[in-house]
Design a binder for this molecule. Structure first.
Ligand code: SF4
Ligand code: SF4
Length: 433
């Protein structure tokens, strides 16, 4: 079992500058639910003063893993590394019963197998009236340790089918490079259109796009939830698959997957795959990061607002694993602003977590719902017709919150907006109702 390194824990000088950046501290107001409080608990475990037990574990479980504390920390504390170790230790400790550990692992396994996930969503929809109109079934939620059953099953734009992209998609015009695309496990079921738009935009900009059919899952959900061995198994398969594809870059449109894939070097540190993993990570690019770097062809079709005449007002939510984990904030905004007819209005607290956070909204639905309400209130204050964000979890979760607004606000990935500006289609814009 991986242990904390004391030099990582001792980097925290208890200054408290991270507290106001931490969504759980801001909402709950307790030191134990702050980054400093959690690091204090980890240190107490590392020094043998306490063991992982109920009172301590609940504060580790309540962490979103959003990494806003890393951005705020002047001492360079690598909180993301610490919480990964803490979660893996918790899963193996007596504080987590074998049944609960199995239930959590089973949920992660289902979500990361597109066919099984699509089937589970279909079944969920059929049996929804039996368990509260779309929430997790109560007994299963109890098994997982979810505090209160309010999280709904995610909304799906194109039905609960698993639509696959696979093969080689040729460039439009002169070929610039050959790139690979991660289609993602959850994303390929819930947001096929985002993958399709990503391929089309890359083609439009002269890239040959390879989508290996056997790519599988990147391991992010398992890694962030205490199952690093399973994450490594999946990561290795992904590395091998893109090595075979012979691509110059691996493009990702999901913030959580991209941030994990950029950290494979650390995941495989001191293993025979160390160097190989680093070489792979060096090729990983978020789609907005990549497009801003290589430069895009100017979009031909100006977009308009709902009335068909005025400018289209949009806002942008920074997905935590883009802004805090990868430092990608400028690039999506640059691309959005380059689309003719679009006006970007900044969102208050744009980089505060929406509460989605992988499977957090299923396991900690009460806090997740508080953060969702906070996010939706701020989206509404912008007056935007569309909120843009670069992560499937945020897309699905914020869409649920937008449903409660009296006026329609749509949500989509920035690459979808760019795709519309290339193709001049506005009739298929996704509205949550
Ligand atoms: S990862 Fe997010 S929720 Fe967890 S301690 Fe850091 S800021 Fe708070
Ligand atoms: S800002 Fe960094 S050093 Fe200060 S309390 Fe938070 S984690 Fe510790």
């Amino acid at each position: 079992m991986q242990e904390f390194r004391s030099e990582d824990l001792l980097k925290c000088i208890h200054c408290g500058l991270c507290l106001q950046a931490c969504p759980t501290y801001v909402e709950a107001g307790s030191e134990a639910d702050s980054p400093r409080g959690r690091i204090y608990l980890m240190r107490a475990v590392a020094e043998g003063r306490i063991q992982w037990q109920a009172g301590a574990v609940e504060h580790i479980d309540a962490c979103l893993g959003c990494l806003a504390c890393e951005t705020a920390c002047p001492s360079g504390v690598k909180y993301g590394w610490l919480i990964e170790i803490a979660r893996a230790q918790v899963e193996r400790s007596p504080a987590r019963s074998g049944v609960r550990r199995l239930a959590r692992k089973w949920l992660l396994d289902i979500m990361t197998q597109p066919r099984a996930f699509a089937l589970a969503l279909k079944a969920g929809r059929v049996f929804a009236p039996l368990f509260g109109g779309g929430s997790l079934p109560v007994p299963f939620a109890r098994l997982l340790g979810a505090g209160m059953v309010v999280a709904k099953l995610p909304q799906v734009r194109s039905g609960t089918s698993h639509t696959r992209l696979a093969g080689v998609y040729p460039p439009v015009g002169e070929r610039r490079d050959r790139v690979g695309l991660l289609t993602g496990c959850v994303a390929s079921v819930l947001f096929h259109e985002v993958n399709a738009a990503t391929v089309a935009v890359l083609q439009r900009n002269g890239f040959e796009v390879v989508v290996p059919p056997e790519q599988g899952c990147c391991g992010a959900l398992h890694l962030h939830n205490g199952f690093p061995e399973e994450a490594r198994r999946r990561a290795l398969r992904l590395i091998e698959c893109f090595e075979r594809a012979g691509v110059d870059a691996v493009i990702v449109n999901s913030a959580g997957c991209g941030s994990t894939m950029k950290e494979y070097g650390r995941l495989f540190a001191c293993t025979p795959h160390d160097e190989r993993a680093r070489a792979f990570s060096a090729k990983v690019k978020d789609i907005m990061e990549f497009l801003a770097e290589v430069g895009i062809a100017p979009p031909e079709h100006p977009l308009t607002g709902r009335d068909g005449r005025s400018e289209l007002v949009v806002t942008y939510h920074d997905a935590c694993h883009l802004a805090h984990a990868q430092g990608i904030r400028r690039q999506p905004r640059e691309i959005i602003r380059s689309i003719p007819g679009v006006r970007l209005v900044e969102l208050d607290e744009a980089d505060m977590c929406c509460g989605s956070a992988g499977i957090y909204n299923l396991l900690q639905p009460e806090m997740a719902s508080r953060l969702l309400r906070r996010k939706v209130e701020r989206v509404r204050a912008t007056g935007a017709e569309i909120v843009l964000t670069g992560n499937p979890g945020c897309l699905a979760w914020i869409a649920q919150g937008l449903n409660d607004l009296p006026e329609p606000v749509a949500i989509m990935h920035p690459v979808e907006l760019l795709h519309r500006a290339y193709h001049g289609e506005s009739d298929t814009l996704y509205h949550p109702r």
